[in-house]
Design a protein around this ligand. Structure first.
Ligand code: GLU
Length: 295
């Protein structure tokens, strides 16, 4: 069975960019008669906003995007992440590293394995890196096509637990996608590059990598990614239909004006029936204006 997911970080309310990811993953899951799960990625408290998880879930409901099964919170999964990490540390598949960002920059910008054989033990002052045995230099995105990854980046022993004690995004996301039985990831193109590392984690864990779809990223008027840091505004929950249709146009649907008079549920059903990956614009970024016609 197809299992898809939407995995927002609770760093702020849902903006237009995150609605694209929610909607794209929803359509792809439902068009494949699958389940659509929601996972709250709350493993980076300094970047989080109290209450943002509830705000995001309420907004999804306002858009009639109802998820299957219980919402998974990554903060409930820390023991599982640590267990995997300990196993790798015990098998010399991971190691402590004390290199600073500055030192890595000075040595050419990519980490060269300096601490791999140092057998450091003071976890308080170190990050944990994974020995890179399965470098991924390119992969085939189901929508975008072949995506090449910088060779040095692909071969780096990357960080799985940060020096500040927080688990790295790539580790948590892959362990959870496996745990939840996710069969395909659909998300924004800002995460297309880390996908290489995620596929190498599947290989390290002896699992078959899943498929990936990266949706074009919505930019703001200045050409920046819509994000909380750039003060992207929260989407309208009072009057969601206009934004829903705008997001659907962004995702490549041609919308007949008569659809605008339908209910939210009918619009979403129409979207599920008419969704094809081939409709997605073949680009990684799109600047406003997003709608190609009056609503
Ligand atoms: N939590 C990540 C974000 O909000 C998305 C993770 C993913 O979809 O893999 O940017």
């Amino acid at each position: 069975m197809y299992i898809g997911r939407f995995a927002p970080s609770p760093s702020g309310p849902l903006h237009f960019g995150s609605l694209i990811a929610a909607l794209g993953s929803y359509f792809q899951a439902k068009a494949n008669q699958g389940k659509w799960l929601v996972r709250i990625e709350d493993i980076d408290p300094p970047r989080e906003m109290p209450g943002a998880d509830k705000l995001i879930l309420n907004t999804l409901e306002a858009y009639h995007l109802y998820w299957d099964e219980d919402v998974l919170y990554q903060s409930d999964r820390l023991d599982a992440y640590q267990q995997q990490l300990d196993q790798w540390l015990n098998h010399n598949q991971a190691y402590l590293c004390q290199c600073t960002r500055k030192q890595i920059k000075a040595s050419g910008g990519f980490y060269q394995g300096v601490c791999r054989d140092k057998h450091l033990t003071n976890a308080q002052e170190c990050a944990i890196r994974l020995v890179m045995n399965h470098p991924v230099e390119s992969f085939d995105d189901e929508a975008y096509g072949t995506f090449a990854i910088n060779r040095d980046l692909a071969h780096e022993d990357f960080i799985i637990k940060r020096r500040d004690g927080l688990f790295a995004y790539n580790l948590a996301v892959v362990l959870d996608d496996i745990y939840q039985g996710v069969t395909e990831v659909v998300r924004g193109a800002d995460l297309i590059e880390p996908t290489g590392r995620q596929i190498s984690l599947y290989k390290t864990l002896d699992k078959t990598p899943i498929s990936y779809v990266h949706l074009p990223l919505a930019l703001d008027d200045n050409g920046n990614k819509l994000s909380k840091q750039n003060h992207a505004k929260a989407i309208d929950t009072e009057n969601p239909k206009k934004t829903l249709l705008e997001a659907m146009r962004f995702l490549g649907f041609t919308i007949d004006p008569s659809l605008c008079n339908e209910s939210m549920d009918n619009i979403l059903d129409w979207g599920v029936k008419n969704w094809h990956l081939s409709q997605l614009p073949k680009t990684l970024k799109i600047k406003p204006p997003f709608s190609n016609g009056a609503l």
